[in-house]
Unconditional design. Structure first.
Length: 341
């Protein structure tokens, strides 16, 4: 209640990106107070639900989606909040500043965000260094992408660089070809370029010595035909599964004037407006290939949303925008709700 009544209204008066960093700075300080870590670790035991997915035992079914901790700076602090897995990144081979600010916008009427961050990150070497001090007892995923200036015909090289440098430091990989905020990136979801990227990673020499599950993160705006192609590619490349879904470019469901939405400019929509799209994608994948492993993300705010995704065919769920709107107790609340049903 404290978050909803006092903390959230204060943060929502600030620029969203500044509020993000301030919130995590404050939690980093608070988490170091004697007794705080012990208290939260005990709370996390209450939502423990060990789940085997892609050969990995996840402490529970609730994860934090990529984008929140792009640079792996807050893995320890976020693990305290009860997330069973944390996905760091999206990371690129070289550091890049991302798109011009402002680039993150709240839409409270729809419990949504619009972002055009543009893969802002410190680069894969910095992330690899931080992962050497990763927290125990939480699964860490590495979400990898390409630099903005890398042409699509050479994109596979960027994914290989990130894959090679993070191999052995993360528990699973996510290939991100679905962000709408890097020009031309979604073209990599087409069959031939996608097959080139995924085959290059899955059959890499490193995978023979130490196999690490690879997931593909896809857009919610795919046509039925494009989704069928992706399922074929995932099956053919023998990767672990699919993360469904990224943000949407569809703005028809937003409760704001067209002038207001246009004033925000480009970017992907996350939160409640993507919920039904994500569920539809999960259900379609399961109908076409029941054996594919799916991680559900998009518009998950509470246990009912989480259970809807799990019942649709997801093995795990992830939150991001729900975390912003519901606050730091979201993993605990969802965990208890999942256990109760």
């Amino acid at each position: 209640m404290l978050y909803q009544s006092i903390i959230k209204p204060l943060f929502f008066k600030m620029d969203p990106e500044k509020a993000h960093y301030l919130a995590m700075d404050l939690w980093t300080i608070a988490s170091k107070i004697p007794g705080v870590g012990f208290y939260y670790k005990n709370k996390n035991k209450q939502i423990a639900q060990p789940t085997l997915v892609a050969g990995i035992v996840f402490p529970n079914k609730i994860g934090l989606a990529a984008g929140f901790d792009k640079n792996g700076k807050w893995m320890h602090e976020l693990a305290l909040l009860g997330f069973g897995h944390i996905e760091v990144g999206t990371v690129t081979p070289l550091p890049q500043p991302g798109n011009d600010k402002p680039r993150l916008f709240r839409l409270p009427k729809n419990n949504a965000l619009i972002n055009r961050m543009g893969f802002n990150n410190d680069g894969v070497d910095a992330l690899a260094e931080r992962l050497k001090n990763r927290p125990p007892n939480v699964v860490i995923g590495g979400n990898i992408g390409k630099n903005k200036w890398t042409p699509n015909e050479e994109a596979y090289k960027d994914y290989l660089i990130c894959f090679e440098k993070l191999h052995g430091l993360v528990d699973y990989f996510v290939v991100n070809v679905s962000s709408p905020n890097t020009p031309g990136l979604r073209a990599l979801q087409e069959k031939e370029p996608l097959l080139q990227v995924l085959m290059g990673l899955q059959f890499h020499e490193l995978q023979k010595k130490q196999p690490i599950p690879i997931f593909l993160k896809i857009a919610p705006d795919l046509t039925e035909e494009a989704l069928e192609d992706i399922i074929d590619v995932v099956t053919q490349s023998q990767i672990a599964g699919i993360i469904a879904t990224n943000t949407t470019i569809d703005r028809q469901q937003l409760s704001y004037s067209q002038a207001h939405i246009e004033s925000i400019g480009a970017g992907g929509v996350s939160g409640e407006p993507v919920k039904h799209k994500s569920l539809h994608i999960i259900q379609t994948i399961k109908a076409k290939n029941p054996n594919l492993t799916i991680i559900g993300v998009g518009g998950i705010f509470d246990a009912d949303d989480a259970n809807a995704s799990l019942n649709a065919g997801a093995s795990l769920i992830q939150v991001y925008t729900g975390f912003i709107y519901q606050g730091p107790q979201i993993a605990q609340q969802i965990g208890k709700g999942i256990a109760a049903q």
